[in-house]
Design a protein around this ligand. Structure first.
Ligand code: C2O
Ligand code: CU
Length: 508
């Protein structure tokens, strides 16, 4: 039976299901005679690479924070868990090449970890329980310490169960000492699909129990044409079914549309927006009423600036965009979940005037939408051309009957760690190929590296999280320069928990 939090299924996800799909292409299984040794998080090689990264006299940023139940109710209503006493947690800001030292305490009633999303950090600080560290038990402390080598917009969140969906997240901004900074001020905006106090473990259990309950088997009224006409992929190509969870509201910087986060500014100011989708299940179409966005960075790395009316962010993606404030009054900043009717709202105020209503829908939402295909890395961050030493193929599929999401036909299981299904060697150029055989999109996220998406006509953006649309194949290359064992998963937190996760293992 489907519970109150689950969206009604419009179709059945069967393409490339689990049957007969055990060993996908690209698996490099260890030979029985001469098993290569896995470079684990505790390996001396991981410490040696960090040593090389660390500069003499590098600045150290010290922070301390706890994950804890929030006793005061948040602006968005109801209790939740948070880093510190706000949602989002307090931003961490540091300079590229400096060291973050974070004393973390777990004051939650269950184990947790902190994952530093997007940072090419030392493997043993990556926060993946069972892979890079044991989970931090309730009442325990864990000291994270690592060099942040690359500037950009990042965030951090737990890597245990669906804890992210409770509001445990905060921005991590790594400033670039060499950037000209062609803007007056920054505004960090964290977008989130908000359960308003509901328990994400219950949501996940409901998804697992829902079975066929809320689903249509046939294609008659599915809103999707599976015949030769192809599927109806909706306006942004994400498909007609973009999420699994029925959220009561959406928040920007922790505030609901009825009581929006407000930023005071002056007309004529150039504002650099750092937009983070910290949602667990929903992609957002982001726009600023009366303004066009010039997008300059994707997942922290610079792109050739491109101007559009709106930008699409999958879960875990970040974009930086510059706007020049050209209006006197209260400017609506909106994040509409793709295909949804209500969304998140913030306000940029340059003068007195009536505040936008919670349901404001600026025309920009329907204007030119920037997506992955529009983005090209700048020359400075483009990987030099090189033939891949190895290609790792991932077939993305789901079995809605049991709410199992799979890579190459199987859900993640810890045994894959020991077998080291996906191997790479330090120094390799590695190609990832994601073939989405399901009618849902998946924002695929690789830990510890920033890959470069490869388009038909050449290299695209550098990213650590890339949207793979239904029935689409996305190819991305990266340099294997950060030894260890690295998670690779869908950043729909419910898909990841239901199996759409694996680990890439460096071997020697
Ligand atoms: Cu932000 Cu493994 O995730
Ligand atoms: Cu997914």
């Amino acid at each position: 039976m489907s519970g109150p939090f689950i969206t009604r299924r419009r179709f059945l996800v069967l393409a490339g299901g689990t049957a007969g799909a055990a060993a996908g292409g690209g698996l490099l299984l260890a030979s029985r005679d001469d098993p290569p040794s896995i470079v684990t998080a505790g390996s001396p090689r991981v410490a040696a690479v960090e040593q090389r990264r660390r500069r003499q006299g590098a600045a150290i940023t010290d922070v301390a924070f706890a994950a804890a139940p929030l006793t005061a109710s948040t602006a968005a209503g109801r209790q939740t868990w948070a880093y510190g006493d706000t949602v989002p947690g307090r931003e961490i800001r540091m300079r590229a090449g400096s060291v973050l030292r974070a004393a973390f305490t777990n004051d939650l009633p269950e184990p947790t970890t902190v994952h530093w999303h997007g940072i090419a950090l030392r493997n043993d600080m990556d926060g993946v329980p069972g892979v890079t560290q044991p989970p931090v038990a309730p009442g325990e402390r864990f000291d994270y310490e690592f060099t942040a080598p690359d500037p950009g917009t990042y965030f951090f969140h737990p890597h245990v169960g669906p804890q992210l969906d409770r509001g445990l997240y905060a921005p991590l901004i790594v400033e670039d000492p060499n950037e000209p900074g062609d803007y007056d001020r920054e505004l960090v905006l964290v977008l989130d699909d908000w359960l308003a106090g509901a328990d994400p473990d219950t949501v996940l259990a409901e998804l697992r129990d829902s079975g066929m309950g809320g689903m249509d088997m046939g294609s008659d009224d599915t809103g999707m044409d599976m015949g030769d006409g192809g599927m109806d992929m909706g306006p942004s190509g994400l498909g007609m079914d973009v999420g699994d969870v029925d959220y009561p509201t959406y928040v920007i910087n922790g505030r609901p549309p009825e009581d929006p986060f407000t930023f005071e500014a002056s007309r004529g100011e150039r504002i650099r927006l750092r937009i983070i989708n910290a949602g667990s299940d929903r992609p957002f179409r982001f726009a600023v009423g009366g303004h066009r966005l010039t997008v300059t960075h994707s997942d922290g790395f610079s792109i050739e600036p491109v101007t559009g009316d709106a930008v699409l962010l999958g879960m875990g993606e970040r974009y930086d965009a510059v706007i020049t404030l050209a209006v006197d009054g209260a400017i609506p900043v909106v994040a509409l979940p793709e295909g949804g009717t209500s969304g998140g709202l913030a306000v940029i105020r340059t003068a007195t005037g009536t505040a936008p209503t919670p349901d404001v829908r600026p025309a920009e939402l329907e204007g030119r939408l920037l997506t992955l295909a529009d983005l090209r890395a700048t020359e400075g961050v483009t990987l030099p051309p090189r033939t891949p030493d190895r290609t790792l193929d991932f077939r993305l599929a789901g079995d809605m009957d049991s709410y199992r999401w799979t890579l190459n036909g199987r859900p993640f299981h810890e045994s894959q760690l020991r077998n080291a299904d996906h191997q790479l060697r330090e120094g390799d150029r590695v190609r990832l190929r994601f073939e989405n055989r399901s009618p849902m999109f998946h924002p695929m996220h690789l830990h510890g590296h920033t890959f470069q998406v490869q388009h038909q006509d050449g290299p695209g953006a550098r990213k650590d999280t890339a949207i793979v649309r239904p029935m689409e194949t996305v190819t991305a290359d990266f340099e294997a320069d950060n030894p260890g064992q690295w998670a690779l998963h869908c950043h729909n937190i419910y898909h990841a928990e239901a199996g759409m996760m694996t680990v890439l293992s460096y071997v020697r």
